[in-house]
Design a protein around this ligand. Structure first.
Ligand SMILES: [Zn+2]
Length: 356
């Protein structure tokens, strides 16, 4: 759910866009398709450096989403479903065609229904929501939001447990970001149990109730079912507990991948055929997880590795790359640059298929 190296990518995108290099390299860089990754679509997802909003990169405005769709449709890009993308990958695409676009939204937030769905519906665009079942059961502890809230609401954070030692002033935006970034990456490297234990203890110490937060932002099963009844919407699975699956035992990893699909079916009657690895980096989803997703019978599974889809992804349907429509990059020039492919060619050092 969170991206690596955002500032480095931003510099690269600006150079590529303003130099005109992306058009020059289009014949070799542009792939067959691109899967966009979104999380929250919120009216107040405005970039503001004066505000502490460390998870703002996961939020875009409905207006930006609409602007992207209008641009893509006006320029003859086809917005297709994941099922159609899987068919095209398996049957090889026609050369010379503009890349197709797939929209995916992770986790299962209620803003997807309130703010994204009306826009996709207005423009008749298919899209996918990957649901973490514990979120819809209102029992998912979103540790990244708890950390955000504790630092936002306090002038200092002091904590020493679970191998984490924090003693930081958090009086202003700069101090809050410095503390958040340091603690976030320590947590991200920890095992699931230790990480959740640490943030839960931190949240309790600072009187933050993470499950109240979950209730206020998560879709209910009724809402998931309602969305899934629209043929524009694909419901995919995103584990039960939103764990970094690579850090789990074989048995637990398989349960997260297989059982989440069963729960979605039991709660909504929807058959899930697509899967999304939480966090999605190589440290959090790798060869073992790709094998498990394939064995579970999914048609595709997506990571958060950056990149376009190329013909070679036919052999890597359980490790498909995506491109974040990121809250820090809410300008149409970035989207114009993404779909020509060069930024990801450079980012991946001219590899079309990520090497695991
Ligand atoms: Zn997620």
């Amino acid at each position: 759910m969170r991206l690596f190296g955002a500032s480095l990518l931003k510099n690269m995108l600006d150079i590529v866009y303003f130099s005109g290099l992306s058009r020059l390299f289009k014949p070799i860089a542009q792939g067959d398709g691109i899967i966009f990754m979104l999380h929250h679509i919120l009216p107040d997802a405005i970039q503001d450096k004066a505000k502490f909003r460390p998870n703002g990169l996961l939020e875009i405005t409905p207006e930006f989403l609409e602007q992207v769709i209008i641009y893509l449709q006006a320029n003859d890009y086809e917005i297709i479903s994941l099922d159609e993308a899987e068919r095209r990958l398996n049957n090889c695409t026609v050369k010379g065609r503009k890349p197709y676009i797939i929209f995916t939204i992770d986790d299962g937030y209620v803003d997807n229904l309130e703010h994204a769905y009306p826009i996709f519906k207005k423009y008749n665009c298919p899209f996918t929501i990957y649901v973490a079942t514990d979120l819809c059961d209102h029992k998912l502890f979103m540790w990244w939001r708890a950390l955000d809230a504790v630092i936002r609401d306090n002038l200092a954070v002091e904590f020493n447990a679970f191998g984490i030692k924090i003693d930081k002033p958090t009086r202003n935006v700069e101090e809050k970001y410095a503390a958040y970034n340091e603690i976030y990456w320590q947590l991200r490297d920890m095992g699931e149990v230790e990480k959740r234990g640490a943030v839960l203890a931190l949240a309790q110490k600072y009187n933050f109730d993470p499950l109240e937060e979950t209730k206020s932002v998560a879709m209910s099963w009724q809402q998931v079912k309602q969305l899934g009844q629209d043929e524009l919407v694909t419901i995919g699975a995103h584990t039960m507990s939103h764990s970094a699956i690579a850090k789990l035992s074989d048995a637990d990893a398989k349960t997260e991948i297989e059982h989440s699909r069963q729960i979605i079916h039991d709660k909504t009657g929807i058959l899930c055929e697509h899967f999304c690895y939480p966090y999605g980096s190589a440290a959090e989803a790798n060869l073992r997880e790709f094998k498990f997703a394939q064995q579970a019978g999914y048609k595709t599974a997506v990571t958060t590795q950056k990149g376009m889809l190329y013909a070679g992804h036919k052999a890597h349907l359980y490790a498909l790359p995506r491109v974040s429509l990121n809250g820090d990059f809410q300008h149409i020039r970035y989207v114009k640059t993404y779909i020509l492919g060069l930024p990801f060619m450079l980012w991946n050092r001219f590899r079309k298929i990520h090497k695991y």
